[in-house]
Design a binder for this molecule. Structure first.
Ligand code: FNR
Length: 384
């Protein structure tokens, strides 16, 4: 389909499906077990409503925000997704070209297709190109430069983890996000079905049977190397080694939010890994409300991020109203990249950002510091 047909970020999914192999489409769309964690994410944000204020003079609205002191034109970023090269030949380099043209931030996966240094270089190249175009047009782009953050999977081999941290620091990533919800790879049901079907097609009946119960899954990037004994002590040494802002990616309850604060983290990302890990995991909105109820003190002390199932700029606004600093978006960007390359990435940003601005106007908010809890009605969920 022509890119003009993509009017919501969900429209990138069928566009990508049309160009990707079943195998790769399954890798991106896949979720855990019966898919309930993913469905829960997708429906959560529309389960709460706005409480719009009217007559507020919303002629000028700005969604400007900052992530660890770095300006961003909007309070959302592209979340870490491994192996973008499966969806686009230029992989992460193509993603960051799109970001650069909008000033958007991204979290880069430690399972990226390209080495992290090449991704940073691709962003710099694009930014230089834009700067020279701006100079010849005698006008500035009007937005701050895109920034990259690094997602870390802690490797069982200490030296591998250490080298990743040092390389990320040297390459200039602005913060480190340690993924803590992947002690074991979740049961990716549709991937298993595709693998089983592929094995049956070539007559490998016993391989097909094994794929269905999670053995012989050579298709996955190996996760056997993730440190299964990962614990709070690891966070302390990672923090020391990194020396900058550290976020725990995958916090799913109030107790762990408190522990993150006690262990010196700067932020927590409330996430269930896009519904790909635990079965019936809490969506980020549920965890955010739990934190607001049981340990509201962490809200002012930690930066709170959320992700999972955010598909509308107006829903991004709800998360900000409830105390999030910024919001991560995953699959829509992978699909947009696969279907349309960096142009798709730009359009995905444009769609979210227009919906966000409209949402702000229609709820009577002109800047994000006015996005406060009184603009949403979450009472239905709190009374559950
Ligand atoms: C992910 N996610 C992920 N997270 C992480 O910490 N490291 C990784 O390498 C990956 N890889 C990855 C691949 C793919 C294909 C997907 C869809 C997701 C999880 C990701 O960062 C984020 O938490 C969710 O994708 C957010 O949910 P939505 O926006 O996809 O619903």
């Amino acid at each position: 389909p022509h890119i003009a047909h993509c009017v919501t970020v969900s429209d990138f999914e069928p566009a990508a499906k049309a160009v990707l192999s079943q195998n790769v489409f399954s890798y991106i769309s896949s979720s855990a077990n019966s898919g309930l964690s993913l469905q829960g994410n997708l429906s959560s944000w529309s389960s709460i409503k706005f409480r719009p204020r009217v007559l507020r003079d919303v002629q000028h609205v700005s969604a400007k925000s900052t992530i660890f002191g770095h300006a961003s034109p909007f309070p959302f970023y592209v979340s870490a997704m491994g192996l973008l090269g499966r969806g686009h030949p230029n992989a992460e380099a193509e993603l960051v070209r799109g970001l650069a043209r909008r000033g958007a931030h991204a979290m880069i996966s430690s399972e990226s297709s390209l080495p992290m240094e090449e991704i940073v270089a691709a962003l710099r190249d694009e930014q230089q190109k834009l700067a020279s175009q701006d100079a010849s047009n005698m006008q500035g782009s009007g937005f701050p430069p895109s920034q990259l953050h690094f997602q870390l999977y802690v490797h069982a081999d200490h030296s591998v983890t250490l080298s990743r941290i040092r390389r990320a620091k040297a390459a200039g990533f602005k913060s480190i996000w340690v993924t803590v919800d992947t002690a074991s790879l979740g049961k990716r049901t549709s991937d298993r079905r595709v693998q089983a079907a592929e094995a049956l097609e070539v007559g490998l009946e016993s391989a097909a049977e094994q794929a269905g119960v999670g053995r012989n899954t050579g298709f996955y990037p190996p996760t056997a190397h993730f440190k299964p004994s990962l614990s709070w002590e690891d966070i302390v040494w990672i923090k020391k080694e990194w020396g900058g802002p550290l976020v725990l990616k995958g916090v799913q309850c109030a107790e762990d939010a408190k522990l993150a604060l006690e262990h010196g983290c700067e932020g927590i990302l409330l996430s269930n890994h896009g519904g790909r890990q635990a079965h019936t995991a809490p969506d980020a909105l549920t965890t955010l409300l739990e934190i607001r109820t049981y340990c509201p003190e962490v809200l002012g002390k930690l930066d709170i991020f959320v992700d999972g199932g955010l598909r509308d700029g107006a829903d991004v606004l709800k998360a900000i109203c409830l105390g999030a600093t910024a919001v991560g978006v995953g699959r829509p960007f992978f699909y947009a990249l696969a279907a349309y390359g960096s142009k798709g990435v730009e359009r995905c940003i444009d769609i979210l950002s227009e919906e966000l601005a409209t949402g702000m106007r229609l709820t009577g908010i002109t800047s994000l510091d006015e996005a406060l809890p009184d603009r949403v009605n979450a009472s239905r969920l709190l009374n559950e």
